[in-house]
Design a protein around this ligand. Sequence first.
Ligand code: A2P
Length: 344
Amino acid sequence: MSKQYNVAVVGATGAVGEEILLILDEMDIPVGKLIPLASARSAGNTVEFKGKNVTVLELTETVFDEQQVEIALFSAGGSISEKYAPFAAKAGAVVIDNTSHFRMQEDVPLVVPEVNPEDIRLWKKTGIIANPNCSTIQMVIALKPLDEAYGIRRVDVSTYQATSGAGKTAMEELMNQTRDLLNFDFENTVVEKFPHKIAINVIPQIDKFQDNGFTKEELKMVNETQKIMHKTMQVAATCVRVPVLRGHSESVTVHFDDVVHADEAREILGKAEGVTLEDTPYEGKYPMPLNATGKDDTFVGRIRNDLYDKSILHMWIVADNLRVGAATNAVKIAKKWIEMEGGN
Ligand code: A2P
């Protein structure tokens, strides 16, 4: 029988953790023992894995050693990863971290399996592989095949990001505010997870503003895109939170080195790994968050040449942020790691 792995999911009770449990099963990852970890609040509760209830353990410094964890998928927030990922790595596990904490650390690979799987080999330096920001992942999956074909010079992107990117309680905040609105109690609605009311609103701020006028989320898209694509292309991002539960959308303008025809780009994206082309706009077909929910592909549509400059393409990219932007990418990294390094 092929090797089975002891797999810990840190944040197993959260929005991304729950998806990870489903996808480990869907992708047939050889899980010998599943170890769901969360805070003391959830310890003793159960999560479902492959139709069975598994008891949640408290995340501690020693649990990775005690449970002989070999693969640890972290999705419980940056400060938790900062504190506990080193203990998992020290216990000999490969850490696949969904938070931003280690992403830009030089000796930590930042991986999207469709784009730079070879970087997984660098994991041994720290024991950690970082999962990029959700908005970055879906964008680079669509950009990579176009860059290979034509060479990308610059990208301008505006995002329309769902509330689930900020976790389960943020999704609840949107639902509660919507309920209060319908109950004529919107004045008193609770605002905690976002800087303003998110129901019937659009907020052009995700994370903190920096001195240069961009937010941290926007700069993540710049720095992470360059690191994953091994290229210092220019990127400018405007990240916006919208009252959607699940599925990030992006309006992307791509500047190429030379003239590019939309039809050719469509053909390339139609064949690209991890991409589903949805581009028959005259029939009302283009990517939307509701249709992308629960899917593991990145959807691309509205591909068109610029009216003035034929070396520019405009497109619309949508993906399930909890899957493509987090859990699916993490589990795909685990799968590749097993193929490339797991036998060692
Ligand atoms: P818990 O359910 O015990 O709070 P989300 O991103 O949906 O908000 O989920 C966050 C995840 O991170 C949850 O599984 C949550 O567990 C977990 N988490 C939050 N704080 C801690 C902590 N201090 N230690 C371990 N896990 C934590």
